[in-house]
Ligand binder design. Sequence first.
Ligand code: PHE
Length: 349
Amino acid sequence: MSCMNAQDAGEAANTLTEGLTRVAGSYRALFEGAADEHALREQNAKVLGPHGELTQLLKLMRHVDKSQRRELGQRSNALKTEISTFFDETLVAFQKRAREAELSAPHLDPTLPARGHGVGRLHPITRIKHELLDIFQSLGFDVADGPEIDLHENCFEKLGFPPDHPAADMQDTFFVKSTQAGHDVDTVLRTHTSTVQVREMLKRKPPLAIVAPGAVYRRDDDSTHSPMFFQLEGLLVDRDVTFAELKGVLTLFLQRVFGSDTEVRFRPSYFPFVEPGGEVDVRRPGGDWMEILGCGMVHPAVFENVGYDPNEWSGFAFGLGLDRIAMVKYGVPNIKALYENDVRFLSSF
Ligand code: PHE
């Protein structure tokens, strides 16, 4: 400043000289004493930053007399370079030290329990379905499929239920009006997978052996029934098929599912589409008899309804509840538990 007198200029030069000496003597210890990189950067800012000690000192330069300015300027610049070089070196050393500490630290603990991945699993009914299909496929059965909404006829009449027959009452439910080729047709949510017997026989020529899994619907909905559940249908048609084949196939199948020490019992029963008809129970050692499936020799009237000659062809059919098998195999107390989608239950077996 032009108004500055000689005394002030001398003072500025002294303060600056002292300051430079002080900074030059102290910065190394400050930098080296920093605990970590962050602290080091803070120390550096205290010297070289906008409010740093050296930066403040250099503001005195303009008060210094011209005769001293050149020399002090050079000293200041040299010191600045020296400090920033030292800062860079120290910083590299700090970073190297931190990296080494990181690498030598026990950074991974293989004994920690793994975090779950939450991988899904198949529903118990789907698992049972796969298991049963495997068994039947190994015996030479094909897998067939049919719609869940089917003609009333395929569900009842073609299977030998006379119109308004009381045997249909327990199943006759969930009617759906449909139109096919411009005509109204009576359709139902199928009450059993036996519809697939009819469809396959209408579609194929004997001999044939099929199994057909799928959802079926009934009006029952109480504490032990579900209005929708799953069945697996079986049908074998060939020449000279006898009840012995039916018993042989079903016994082998049930012992594969429940174990070879399982007892199998055939009881007479009635279904309009088989003659004779029966029901099959199983018993595990020490357990109680459990009803597992319905079965029988295909009724000649059914063969006639699908255009097979009953004098040439014979066969057997069976139908079982997949839910029921899942309940027995996995010890599920109530069928409803299978449809509540409670992950705690579904992942418990
Ligand atoms: N469709 C019968 C039912 O739902 C079961 C069955 C199938 C019986 C095939 C005999 C033969 O109960």
